[in-house]
Design a protein around this ligand. Sequence first.
Ligand code: F6R
Length: 625
Amino acid sequence: MCGIIGYSGHRPAVPLLIEGLHRLEYRGYDSSGVAFMQAGKLHVVRAAGRLSALEAKLAAEPSMFSTCGIGHTRWATHGAPEERNAHPHLARGGTLALVHNGIIENFQELRDELTASGCTFRSDTDTEVLACLIEEERKRASSLLEAFARALRRARGAYAVAMISPEEPETVYAARLSAPLLIGVGAGECFVASDIPAFLAYTRDVVFLEDGEIARVGRRKGREGGTDEARAWELFRLDSLAPIHREVTRIEWDMQAACKDGYKHFMLKEIMEQPRVIAECIAGRVPADPGRDEAEGVSLPELDGLAVPRRLRIVACGTSFNAGLWGARLLERFGGVPVAVEIASEFRYRDPLLEEGEAVLAISQSGETADTLAALRLAREKGCVTLGLCNVVGSSVAREADAVLYTQAGPEISVASTKAMCSQMAVLLLLALYWGRRRGRKGEAGLLAHLRALPALLDGELPSMRETAARIARACAGARSFFYLGRGPAYPLALEGALKLKELSYIHAEGYAAGEMKHGPIALVDPEFPTFVVALRDEFFPKIVSNIEQVQARQGRVIVLTQADGRNGCGKLHAEEIWTLPACRPELASFLALPALQLFSYEVADYLGKDVDQPRNLAKSVTVE
Ligand code: F6R
């Protein structure tokens, strides 16, 4: 959701800004722009639509000698996605340019105040208001840094901002509050960006900004002490401007992880990566030697110092919510912990009753989802122990939770979440086994051995899964609506299957607990309305066979995703399409079904010519509520 990039260094800035914006495209956007310093003057170029429109405009703009600038991809919040609302925004007097991700909640109040003092605005955005406010504050402040801080102290809401000004032509100022922003530290050059891939081709050394902090990066003339390189970046507290010391973190993953690697789309690459994701997720947490399974079980040292909670509340959004719903069953069964799962945006506004000893687990791939973060903060205010399950290292959820479990899935670039859900499920299974063991329960007999074998099983299966997915997708791509049904662990998978299909292909799809069909939704079934049933070989299988028959009795078309080997003595399946996955331990069957569902949606969307990696209206990291 909005991408920010800033650069100050020794290379031509504009091509770097454009490259960075391309790498942030996955976040979703509808317009873009850059501002750069050229011969001491501030230039701003913006365009509605794709980045190619901005690049076309820039081709006519001399920018070769510019070594400092900021860039932005905008996902509209205040004002239509038109060029005049695109970022960067210039302050009225042209003394600075600003880019912004987030929402300034009191922007109308500030706009009225500035209008009363003679300011006029060219856009509908809250960002232009903030730019003008900084310019106003500069009249009273002793430095640009102070003016930046004074204006930001007056802004309520969430923001990540970056600013350049002719007053300090080689410096980028940046700040964050509840929206992601970090610094990339290269040799004699610095970046600020919303996410690491924006500058990963140039440096893996990162400084994470915290809420309420200002960064000043790049060279500044007449700076006291030290060489420019040694002090290429500085951090200050927003409230007092006191300097902050922060270590540089070296990012483990490289450009390879952020590239398509020969795949047509990031989504496909990320689906195919799931065997490795599971392997890396369990490495070091499950004994490498099967002989130690009984004695040691699962280890999650991040949680060793915390008591096993009496109850657990899971808060999350979208796909992460579906992962939470899936994990709840195992946390109760193996962990012995009662679990409730809630949509974070509901939880945060309903003054929930939380019992003593109850912990709150926030699940978020990005660790920046505004609603999930707010739910976590609410839980903290209420005195609960908070846990985070995140993919992005150093993200807000990861930093603010009392303890964090990382999914270690590597960067997920495609807007639609795939491997992240797989990794969340794997960690939730480990968490269930870990807590169960600490409570003296024995649940994992033999399961760990099967878990270790799972990556190889999945890896061997994915190529043929993709072929089947493509074949069924072509036969179904004409449907206008889909039901997805599942029971037990397959119910969250049905929700996820429907979510993936609708977000990628824009085909209407609803996921239901199969037992709920007859309470209303079955009225919709007809020969034009296919039903995709996830029928895993577990104790729910005979029940879901009955549900399939109920749909077929109403002339509904049925696609069944199932597994070989029916040890549960259930009736024979009849369906238009029976997609058979290999047999495996029931607790692990979802790890096979999930990529099948993802591949089906992927193939439908690709067949229909949709923008698979950046579906319309969606953003990767939803940092506004
Ligand atoms: C769907 C999808 C979204 C995210 C949701 C939460 O494919 O990607 O539903 O799962 O926006 O995002 P995180 O996990 O980053 O909190």
